[in-house]
Ligand binder design. Structure first.
Ligand SMILES: [Mg+2]
Length: 133
């Protein structure tokens, strides 16, 4: 399964990589630092990801702006997108679900709990049929 992580914070990206490396299933990970970079990857990349993990607070193009553009794209609008954030802001949550996200995960402070959540999300998507655009 191919994953795209859109995250501006290197420490968060390392945390995600570390959580992935602990899993039995192997994933291929592409990283983008913000929405702009992610769109470039999605528009020009030969292989599309199966799932997108998206941070909300990022410079240049934030998560919600990215979502708005993603959902206007015929080819990529179906890709399941899961918000991975520290934002407990209810407006953010409502806006993300309104635009059409597949999940909204608030990152727990404890690393073990974080790892468990990533595993749970991926286990769930592994039993789903994917778009394979
Ligand atoms: Mg961020």
């Amino acid at each position: 399964m191919n994953l795209l992580l859109i995250e501006d914070d290197d420490i968060e990206t390392m945390k995600f990589q570390r959580a992935l490396s602990k899993l039995e299933t192997k994933y291929s990970l592409t990283e983008a630092k913000n929405g702009e970079e992610a769109l470039e990857i999605l528009e020009t990349g030969a292989e599309l990801p199966d799932i997108i993990f998206l941070d909300l607070n990022m410079p240049r193009m934030n998560g919600i702006e990215f979502l708005g553009i993603l959902k206007q794209h015929e080819q990529i609008k179906y890709l399941p997108t899961i918000i991975l954030t520290t934002s407990q802001n209810r407006d953010d949550l409502l806006e993300c679900y309104r635009i059409g996200v597949s999940g909204y995960i608030i990152k727990p402070l404890k690393y073990e709990a974080y790892e468990e959540r990533i595993k749970t999300v991926l286990d769930y998507w592994n039993i789903n049929e994917l778009v394979k655009a």
